[in-house]
Write a protein that binds this ligand. Structure first.
Ligand SMILES: Nc1ncnc2c1ncn2[C@@H]1O[C@H](COP(=O)(O)OP(=O)(O)OP(=O)(O)O)[C@@H](O)[C@H]1O
Ligand SMILES: [Mg+2]
Length: 311
């Protein structure tokens, strides 16, 4: 696979709040612009992706059209498990299952069941069967934050180990094969240029290696500030602050120098974190911080163009 956008499945994770949903939407848009029919899957009760495109959230489990060749769907693991049990139980009524505690009992007795059923749904979206095409070339998963994402990705193996034979075993095997196949599945971490977010991206890398023998294709470092001044420029600005002949009063000069210093320091911290990733030979894609309030479709397009160029 030349680019993570060229496979069948692309899983996006990272620390909470770093821009995973935004980047999953941008990755989806970049793939769609390459002519690939793409769906972004949000896991949980989120509907961020449709929101970014200004679309009303669809019902859970309903597909929402976002742009040419791009749609989104939200999979709620609780609901996915309930549906799966109903399909399995046949005549057991949904109401009984939901209300009698049977569901809670099953969910507690079979740890990882929700996750594995969610993974099965994702697999179905990627799947091209002889007779019926799901209709997507690429499935982008806006996965939960690192720890939960690793739980989700590890569930086919853990669960498959419990159910060794029967339909579950063969289904989990398909999912496991898909996740392990470098020609089909890619993993991308999203981070901010902060110590904690980069550490979490590296933890995701470690977890992938350990669980699946896989690696991150890239780390998207989001929210980068511009490098406004070099160190020597900053020194010149600081010197200007001392000069009384500028016609600007001294308190304003001091404030301006402090602002320049702060901008320089914040950007340097971010650059140090980028360097930390590069030292570990990670492919890094940087995305600037967007200043104009709401991040909408126009901003998303320019992020998608950057990703398209760098991935
Ligand atoms: N490059 C950027 N510039 C400015 N704001 C951004 C940028 N990327 C994301 N944001 C904003 O940051 C917030 C969090 O983004 P997002 O919802 O994508 O994060 P997340 O990692 O999916 O969060 P969660 O862990 O809660 O699912 C949103 O308000 C989003 O608009
Ligand atoms: Mg999100």
């Amino acid at each position: 696979m030349r680019s993570p956008l060229d496979g069948k499945l692309l899983v996006v994770s990272g620390k909470g709040g770093v821009g995973k949903s935004t980047m999953a939407a941008a990755l989806g848009l970049a793939a769609a612009r390459r002519g690939r029919r793409t769906i972004v899957v949000e896991v949980g009760e989120e509907n961020r992706v449709a929101e970014i495109f200004g679309r009303p959230a669809g019902e859970a489990g309903a597909t929402v059209a976002l742009a040419d060749g791009l749609s989104s769907i939200s999979i709620d693991p609780d609901r996915a498990l309930l549906e799966w049990l109903q399909a399995l139980g046949g005549r057991v009524s949904g109401r009984l299952l939901a209300s009698s505690g049977t569901f809670q009992y099953f969910a507690a007795a079979a740890p990882g069941a929700k996750e594995v059923v969610t993974m099965l749904k994702i697999w179905q979206l990627t799947h091209t069967s002889g007779r019926r095409r799901a209709g997507y070339d690429l499935v982008v998963v806006d996965a939960p934050a690192t720890g939960h994402a690793l739980g989700l990705l590890g569930s086919p193996r853990t669960f498959g180990a419990i159910a060794r034979v029967g339909p579950i075993a063969s289904q989990t095997r398909h999912v496991q094969d898909l996740l392990e196949d470098p020609a089909s599945t890619a993993f991308v971490a999203v981070a901010l240029g902060t110590e904690m977010a980069v550490t979490e991206a590296l933890e995701l890398q470690q977890g992938l290696e350990l669980q699946l023998g896989r690696s991150l294709s890239a780390v998207i470092v989001n929210g980068l500030l511009p490098k406004r001044f070099s160190a020597s420029e900053l020194r010149r600005i600081e010197a200007l602050g001392e000069i009384d002949a500028t016609g600007v009063d001294s308190s304003l000069r001091r404030t301006a120098v402090a602002a320049a210093r702060a901008a320089h320091a914040r950007s340097r911290l971010q650059q140090n974190q980028l360097a930390r990733l590069r030292r570990r030979s990670m492919q890094v894609v940087s995305v600037p911080f967007v200043w104009n309030g709401e991040l909408g479709i126009a901003e998303l397009k320019s992020i998608a163009e950057r990703i398209d160029r760098d991935l």
